[in-house]
Ligand binder design. Structure first.
Ligand code: FAD
Length: 344
């Protein structure tokens, strides 16, 4: 046992002293880098002082190159943008992406590999970790050092301190709401390098294939990073009634959220679900209508600055976390709000 403890300590010690170099899997859309990638860069800066940050962008065509150019100046700490331009990365499928990360890592040694805890990161990073034979640390909310992290457990009811003692690179998914991006004043452009993919080998038979992507509403802000979120629960009772929530979100310039009960009832698609098994949000204003406040839902909203709840049951648990609560019928309150709020 003594030898074992010594081995782990020694391993950690040499790891801590090593130069920190981080590879971040970047998300981009329509030629722009997504805000969650910039938050992941902010998180990487907490790993240590002498850390270098590289962004890995994959895709194909001109929108990829546009995103790469934007990524090069998205944060002063980014030193390099690596671009993998190929039809194989046109869609974010886990298999080719994970292989790409492994391919890049074989050419340069990275101490850390990061992605945001979005559906993109959660899809790809576990496969990367399996390929590298390491244990990933997921949903990191605080970085205490190069190998020590805090992550929520039990639906966010407890926080767990995790020390990574593995020999390979430390693979992390980052809960980006915990790493807000402060306005960037320094302008610095990282170098952009095109990855030579001539030696990149894919599996002959891929077990997954891209079927399609449906985006709900490009006009509305992204739920994960919106400043205002208006959520409806099961009490809305129908798809038709849920449109009231959408109208209110529109008036307030916010994103629409839903409880799992509302999603399961088919009122809205599941990409609007907020909570433990949905999206984690941290808006300035979170408004919940007909939401009971189950712990699995609260796990996704606890970092909201101001929570407003409307529920006809005065004992609903949502009132225990709400900054402002109104005991009332949402079918009366929402129409009144819609009437009194000015047009956007
Ligand atoms: P209900 O619990 O049915 O509450 C409806 C509320 O509306 C009640 O409080 C009622 O008083 C109020 N109400 C009714 N009529 C009106 C009216 N006219 N005006 C005003 N108020 C009214 N849930 C999530 O949301 N997100 C998750 O990610 C999630 N993950 C889960 C993971 C696991 C493993 C499990 C087991 C559950 C998960 N759940 C999740 C489900 C969660 O436990 C609750 O069942 C769900 O959040 C309840 O949704 P609700 O508040 O819409 O419905």
């Amino acid at each position: 046992l003594v030898k074992h403890v010594f081995d782990i300590t020694a391993q950690s010690f040499s790891f801590c002293n090593a130069q920190i170099s981080t590879l971040i899997l970047a998300e981009h859309e329509s030629g722009s880098i997504k805000p969650q990638t910039v938050s992941t860069v902010v998180a990487a800066n907490h790993l240590g002082e002498s850390s270098s940050v590289s962004l890995l962008l994959a895709g194909s065509g001109s929108s990829l190159q546009e995103a790469a150019s934007q990524a090069a100046s998205c944060h002063p700490s980014v030193s390099e943008v690596l671009v993998a331009d190929s039809y194989r990365f046109e869609y974010p499928l886990a298999e080719p992406w994970a292989k790409l990360v492994d391919f890049v890592r074989q050419q340069r040694d990275y101490s850390h590999i990061l992605a945001s805890s979005s559906s993109f990161g959660k899809n790809i990073l576990p496969r990367v970790a399996a390929l590298l034979d390491v244990s990933p640390v997921t949903d990191v909310v605080k970085i205490l050092g190069s190998n020590e992290f805090i992550r929520p457990i039990y639906a966010g009811n407890a926080l767990c301190r995790v020390r990574y003692t593995g020999a390979g690179p430390c693979v992390l998914t980052i809960r980006t709401t915990s790493f807000p991006v402060t306005p960037i004043t320094e302008s610095k452009k990282a170098t952009i390098s095109q990855i030579d993919l001539s030696k990149f080998k894919e599996d002959a038979v891929s077990r997954s294939r891209y079927v399609g992507q449906s985006t709900q509403d490009t006009e509305r802000p992204d739920l994960g990073s919106a400043r205002v979120v208006i959520t409806g629960g099961r009490a809305l009772k129908s798809v038709e009634n849920f449109k009231m929530i959408e109208k209110l979100a529109e008036k307030l310039g916010g994103a629409v959220g839903a409880t799992r009960a509302a999603v399961d009832a088919g009122y809205v698609p599941n990409d609007l679900q907020v909570g433990q098994t949905g999206k984690i949000v941290a808006p300035e204003l979170y408004m919940a209508f007909g939401v009971s406040g189950a712990i699995q839902h609260l796990a996704g909203i606890k970092d909201s600055k101001v929570i407003v709840a409307v529920n006809k049951d005065a004992d609903a648990p949502i009132f225990q976390v709400a900054d402002y609560g109104l005991v009332g019928d949402l079918f009366e309150v929402i129409p009144e709000l819609l009437e009194k709020l000015p047009e956007k």
